[in-house]
Design a protein. Structure first.
Length: 196
């Protein structure tokens, strides 16, 4: 990528932070940055480290996740170990799974016990995105987690999120089965599938 293209993408990202891009422009920008990720490593990490607005932090973390580039794992982990807003930490957890770093799995398992249900939800989504069936036995422990999640994003099922419901969906996705939260059937499947 030439420096003018890199400069243009970073300029557009600043415009997004100011709320100057519509939905289509934002989606295109996310794709363009994801495609150019390897050439924007330092710039994106630096922007994230300097950013103080939660909405912009969330967008930068989302972009890092979309890239599926393990390079961003350390920057994302820094957001998970600090006292950021639960929405920011939720996004960071999901993005950590998407980048599939060797560091991701253990960190996400730990986040299943976070005090915030939003962060626990992000960990569920992160483990689902990571794609390791070994997460199923850990997700199984979340099937009783009925604490409501505060929905801060646009969603057709607003108010209908719990960690338990989303953990059941993640287990079905990772196992390729339709357990729908049936704990006994999930335990039997885990026993039959030693790699899980």
């Amino acid at each position: 990528m030439s420096d003018p293209n890199k400069t243009e993408l970073l300029k557009q990202l600043e415009q997004f932070k100011l709320g100057a891009l519509d939905f289509r422009e934002q989606a295109k920008l996310e794709r363009d940055i994801a495609d150019a990720s390897s050439e924007l490593h330092a710039e994106l990490v630096q922007m994230l480290e300097k950013e103080t607005e939660p909405a912009a932090q969330i967008e930068l973390l989302r972009i890092m996740g979309i890239t599926q580039d393990a390079f961003y794992a350390d920057a994302i982990l820094n957001f998970l170990s600090s006292a950021y807003a639960p929405e920011v930490r939720q996004t960071a957890a999901t993005s950590l799974g998407l980048v599939r770093s060797p560091k991701s799995f253990a960190a996400l398992i730990d986040l299943l016990e976070d005090a915030s249900p939003n962060v626990r939800l992000g960990a569920v989504y992160g483990l689902q995105a990571f794609g390791d069936r070994g997460a199923i036995k850990h997700l199984l422990t979340k099937l009783s987690d009925q604490e409501p999640v505060r929905v801060w994003w646009n969603s057709p099922k607003a108010g209908g999120y719990t960690v338990a419901k989303e953990a059941a969906v993640a287990i079905d996705d990772l196992s390729g089965q339709a357990f729908k939260g049936n704990i006994q059937k999930i335990k039997e499947w885990i026993e039959r599938n030693a790699d899980a």
